[in-house]
Every structure is written in C-alpha cells, then in structure tokens.
Design a binder for this molecule. Structure first.
Ligand code: PLP
Length: 284
C-alpha cells in the first residue's frame, strides 16, 4: 500500500507529495517540526507535544495553520489512511512560500503544513536487546536549541559521526565541558554517587516530551534525582547512561567512545524507568 502524506490541505501518495521550491523551509530552514509516537492508535504524551509545537511556533512568530483540534483530526485521518496504529507521526510547519528574501514576507504567506506517518514496531518487552553505543562530541548547534527548528545540520553531522564510529547516538557537550543532550535525544546519567541527573532546561537543550513525562515517573519511583548538568568526566565515570525520546523511548547507552558504561549492560535505573514507561503506554 502506497504511503499517504498530508500536504497543505491534501492527502497525497508520498511520491506526489511535493512542496514549492520557494518554500521558506526548503530555502532557509524557516520552520519547525514535531515528532509523535503513536501506540495502538493513541498519541503518546500528546498534550506535551502539542504544547511544544505551540511554543516553537510562538518563538519564531509563525501563524497557526489551523486549530489544534483540526490538527488532531488531520493526524488521526492520516493514520487511518495509512493504516498505521503504532508508529511515528512527523509534522512540519514552515513560513510558507514567498520570493526569496531573508526578512519575513509581508503580507505573510499561509504557513505550509506537511505530515507523514510511518509504522514502527512496538517497544520491546525489556531492555536486553534495546541499548546502544554513543560517542561524545562538541555541541556545535545554535543558541536556541529549545526551539524544535528544522535546521538540523549539526545534529545530522553528529549522528553521522556516531554511525561512522559504530555507535548510535552522539552525546554533545558545551564549551564548559558540560553535557547538553544527544543529537536527537535527552541524556540521563546515573553517577558514581547513585544520583540520576539530567540537565535543567535552558536554551541549549530541547525540552523533551519523554523527559517531562519521565520526570513524573522518577518522582513517583523515589530515585535520587537532580536536575543538573553532568561534566564529561562525570559522564565517563557514570554507572548508567540512557537517552530518551519519543522514538527511542528509554534506551541505555552501554558503551561510550568504545568503553563499556558500568558493566556494559542496561542498568537498574533505566530498567525500572523503562518498565514504568511501558506501564504508562499500556495503561493509557
Ligand atoms: C535534540 C533533541 N533533544 C531531545 C529530544 C527528545 O525529545 P522528545 O522526548 O520530545 O522526543 C529530541 C527528539 O527528537 C531531539 O531531537
């Protein structure tokens, strides 16, 4: 069955789903995006993703293409048309089509909205086969990583460097040698002191929706936790490292720059949080 995309009001086979070459997203990266995970027909952390979409939109001064209720209806229609119940929903919103000038076009064009969905297997029952390696790299992104902008070149280059090193993710660190986040994930570290840490939200990290949801599980589970950045030395001395995102759920990092993390297997804290994540997924 051919995949169907939504592009500016129309549902089209992917091969015919095109945007104008003067779309400002295409020419300037002048746009934002959002990625949802759908599980058995339900969007996970839906309210958090819509809130972040609204925030990103506001931060770059993009008009809303439609109401949130209509957007939800488009997503459901697209999932139905593609017969996808469990998978990814990718949403992209740009400032629309205009003659190429850096400043915002006046009058403002209608924002361009496109969506695709893709089936993805359900999360595994446990973490035994769900872990990966990571490399460390200097964070070379811009100063507003809190906006989910479609400008992902540094993230692409970092992920490619990780792949070439035989790893999955690149864990990025700032000029002070403090971990920011992964190229496409939030990073969590259990230190030698047994305290779980993830960086507090600032302009150098994306406010992860999975991160926000997991913080509630952390509080409920009684894990010792501090919202603070970890240094590279702290990362290298970690008992456990794991990443979170809508598409990687909770994924242990079991080797860092080719060196095993802890005993080289998924750790206790990640396993407990993953079990809670699964319970939340299944419990609705
Ligand atoms: C840079 C970055 N940080 C963090 C995340 C995790 O965000 P979420 O949990 O909302 O998927 C992502 C997700 O793609 C990301 O690209």
């Amino acid at each position: 069955m051919a995949r169907i995309a939504y592009v500016n009001g129309r549902y089209l086979p992917l091969a015919r789903a095109c945007v104008n070459i003067e779309d400002r997203g295409y020419q300037f990266g002048d746009g934002i995006y959002e990625v949802f995970y759908a599980y058995r027909g339900r969007l996970i952390d839906e309210a958090l993703h819509f809130a972040r979409l609204e925030r990103s939109r506001g931060e770059i001064g993009l008009p809303a293409p439609m109401s949130e209720a209509s957007l939800r209806a488009v997503i459901r229609a697209l999932m139905r048309r593609n017969r996808v119940e469990t998978g990814l929903v990718y949403l992209q919103l740009t400032r629309g089509v205009a003659r190429r000038e850096h400043c915002f076009p006046d009058p403002a064009p209608y924002p361009a909205l496109s969506l695709t969905v893709r089936a993805k297997p359900e999360p595994p029952a446990d973490l035994s086969g769900w872990h990966a390696g990571a490399v460390t790299l200097a964070d070379e992104r811009w100063g507003r990583c809190d906006i989910k902008s479609i400008n992902l070149l540094p993230n692409v280059l970092a992920r490619e460097a990780a792949r070439r090193a035989g790893a999955l993710e690149a864990i990025l660190f700032d000029e002070r040698g403090m971990v920011t986040e992964g190229a496409s994930s939030s990073v969590w570290v259990v230190g030698a002191d047994q305290v779980l840490r993830t960086r507090a939200l600032d302009r150098h990290v994306l406010p992860g929706c999975t991160r926000a949801a997991l913080l509630e599980d952390v509080a409920a589970g009684g894990t010792m936790f501090r919202e603070e950045a970890v240094s590279l030395e702290g990362l290298r001395a970690a008992r456990e490292i794991f990443i979170t995102s809508a598409t990687s759920f909770v994924k242990p990092i079991t080797s860092l720059d080719g060196v095993p993390v802890g005993n080289g297997a998924p750790g206790l804290v990640a396993s407990q949080l993953y079990a809670r994540y699964l319970a939340r997924l299944r419990g609705g």
